[in-house]
Design a binder for this molecule. Structure first.
Ligand code: FMN
Length: 356
């Protein structure tokens, strides 16, 4: 199943938040299971994105959203248990707080052991992936296939909750397909098993990443469970976040594809929730400075592998001015840091000319 990276533009009805909702969303969010509690001082979260939300990307997001919770890329529990490679997926800055480590697998004992290791790495919360639609993962019983095995999902949550003394959350979808939307029962089971927070991606597994997210189901989940509910899917702008929060009554939003090449989004939404003011959007040259820091950061952190990963990121940043398509082509093939930086210099000159 492909994972398109350009979100669909939404035709949003004008929405606003009531004063009561604004006040609620401007207060800390407490996530707790028993006496294990974490307080979030921002209701806007950066989603886990495999191949994207490494330490370098999270640092950039946090630059504009210092209080937001970030998630690592999803980590396979059995990979951690066999200690084959903790790799750089679980690497977190000692001062990056709050941080959630996301795990996936379908075996409760592996998940519990991996969660203990994640705590040792410094996780503030453990998130369990029950939403990934990729065949390779669902065929082995993980990700969104757990929506079809609620008893296994319950056993996983219980095992992880028992293993660690930090809150455990779940990120999932609304169901397997339009004919199998079972999120209300599923969410209740997760809560009863000890999940301290639920993030609901408002699509089915069959939808993959296509079609609009069905926020009406997120509202129903919010009306069903007592733990905090975070809305996910199509939060691509401040206006989308406002519309989603007002339509769902959710306790917060999680931004995903809207942050690709735009690590400013989480901070923009958070700033509005905290102050009621719209933070001016960064100019094209400011966005390109961020791209430069991203490229340099990936190079410093991962060397040549980071450079290859930077290719896709750079093509997400470089857009919106004449000549950008050609530069994107070249960036998608860059082979050295110097080449990448020179292409970004050209992008900067073209962007400046376009806004002069
Ligand atoms: C490239 C890519 C990687 C993703 N990796 C993860 C992941 O590791 N864990 C996870 O729970 N969801 C992952 N997702 C799903 C997103 O977190 C999110 O739920 C989904 O993109 C819907 O939000 P959006 O419509 O705002 O993009 C990924 C999505 C994309 C496009």
């Amino acid at each position: 199943m492909s994972t398109p990276t350009s979100p669909q533009p939404l035709d949003l009805p004008a929405s606003t938040l009531s004063d009561a909702d604004r006040q609620r969303l401007n207060s800390p969010l407490t996530i707790s299971s028993g006496n294990k509690t974490v307080q979030l001082h921002s209701r806007v979260l950066q989603a886990p994105l495999s191949g994207v939300t490494d330490l370098v990307f999270r640092r950039l997001v946090r630059r504009y959203a210092p209080q937001s919770m970030m998630y690592t890329e999803m980590v396979h529990a059995s990979g951690i248990c066999s200690a084959r490679k903790m790799d750089k997926v679980m690497d977190i800055d000692p001062d990056e707080r709050p941080i959630s480590i996301q795990l996936f697998d379908c075996r409760p004992d592996f998940m519990a052991e991996a969660a203990e290791k994640a705590v040792a790495e410094g996780a503030d919360t453990i998130d369990i992936n029950m939403g990934c639609p990729v065949n390779k993962i669902t065929k082995k019983g993980g990700g969104s296939s757990l929506l079809r095995q609620p008893e296994v999902a319950e056993a996983i949550v219980q095992a992880v909750v028992d293993a660690v003394d930090i809150p455990v959350s779940v990120k999932t979808r609304i169901g397997w397909s339009d004919d199998e939307i079972n999120i209300l029962d599923f969410a209740q089971r997760l809560e009863d098993s000890g999940a301290a927070m639920l993030t609901i991606h408002g699509r089915t597994r069959s939808q993959g990443y296509n079609g609009p997210a069905k926020w009406n189901w997120i509202r129903k989940v919010k009306e069903t469970v007592s733990v905090p509910v975070i809305a996910n899917g199509d939060i691509n702008s401040l206006d989308a976040a406002i519309a989603c929060l007002s339509q769902t009554g959710a306790d917060g939003v999680m931004c995903s594809r809207g942050t690709l090449g735009y690590p400013f989004l989480v901070g923009e939404i958070d700033h509005w929730l905290q102050t009621g003011e719209r933070r001016p959007a960064p100019s094209l040259p400011e966005q390109l400075i961020c791209a430069r820091d991203h490229l340099q950061g990936l190079w410093d952190y991962k060397g040549q592998r980071g450079l290859f990963q930077a290719r896709k990121h750079m093509t997400w940043y470089v857009k919106g001015f004449p000549g950008s398509a050609d530069l994107r082509q070249q960036l998608s093939r860059m082979n050295s840091l110097e080449e990448g930086l020179a292409l970004l210099d050209q992008a900067d000159s073209l962007a400046l000319a376009a806004i002069a």
